[in-house]
Design a protein around this ligand. Structure first.
Ligand code: URA
Ligand code: URA
Length: 262
């Protein structure tokens, strides 16, 4: 398959999954674009004259947006999963990005399929990698306390991450790693259908909402992911380093609690 065709298919899948008009392409920008309009405009060749459209007996060569037969996505293994366990099985076998090389265990997420709240973090740390469970280290203990503060026992919440494998030395997940892993999260959200999503930290908020806006500018308002209210707040690990953020986090979490009670 040509690169452009593969990219086009990825684009269409993401359009469908996101239900919106912003997409993330693995490998960054196509055709050497930097994504910064001022650069791309300067680098661009003058556009070739476009020949007038002519009816053709054959489909044009190159990209076709006509779905083949049936559902274009019917054979996507992630879309075909019927349960959170099925998704975890696919994640355990996933080698779509380089994080698979350093992992001890995949960390798909855990909690009831009927959870009304889904909490999304960034990615597994050391303890999570060792155990295969999300948020079980120090940050996880703090998360458990935060949830108890809004009278939500942790075992009633579905808890997961943007990337399902530990980044080396806990570095930030990279763009291609996030893009490779997001389809698992999208499917988890489709199956759980939570009433509210709590995105903790910049990586979770920006990846879920397809934005580069800072965490500070995203918190304190209710966003939507495919119609589901999304509340954004600080990451518990950041709270351990910066206790000044506990107060605003508490405000955010109460917004989530209020949405759950509505
Ligand atoms: N930090 C995260 O973002 N996720 C975890 O699962 C643990 C720590
Ligand atoms: N900035 C982030 O990206 N995350 C935090 O949790 C706090 C500040």
């Amino acid at each position: 398959m040509s690169d452009s065709r593969a990219l086009a298919i990825e684009y269409l899948k993401q359009q469908r999954l996101l239900g919106g008009d912003s997409v993330i392409l693995p490998g960054g920008w196509a055709d050497g674009q930097t994504g910064r309009p001022e650069h791309d405009a300067a680098a661009a060749e003058p556009a070739p004259a476009v020949p007038p459209m002519r009816p053709s007996a054959h489909p044009p060569a190159g990209i076709s947006f006509d779905p083949p037969s049936g559902d274009l996505f019917a054979n996507d293994p992630i879309q075909r999963t019927a349960s959170l366990e099925d998704i975890a099985t696919l994640i355990a076998a996933c080698r779509k990005c380089k994080l698979c090389e350093g992992r001890t265990n995949t960390v798909p997420g855990e909690g009831p399929a009927t959870a009304r709240l889904v909490v999304i973090g960034e990615g597994p740390g050391r303890t999570e990698d060792e155990t295969g469970r999300p948020f079980v280290g120090r940050a996880g203990e703090l998360l458990t306390k935060i949830l108890e503060a809004i009278k939500l026992p942790r075992d009633q919440v579905y808890i997961c991450n943007i990337v399902k494998c530990r980044p080396p030395e806990n570095r930030l997940p990279q763009y291609d790693e996030i893009a490779a892993c997001l389809p698992f999260l999208y499917r988890q959200l489709e199956l759980v259908k939570p009433k509210v999503i709590l995105a903790m930290g910049g990586t979770a908020a920006q990846s879920l909402l397809s934005t580069k806006q800072s965490l500070g500018s995203l918190r304190n308002q209710v966003h939507r992911f495919r119609g589901i209210p999304v509340v954004v707040t600080y990451h518990p690990a950041a709270l351990l380093r910066n206790p000044n953020w506990k107060r605003p986090t508490w405000d955010d979490v109460r917004i989530a609690a209020r949405l759950l009670d509505n």
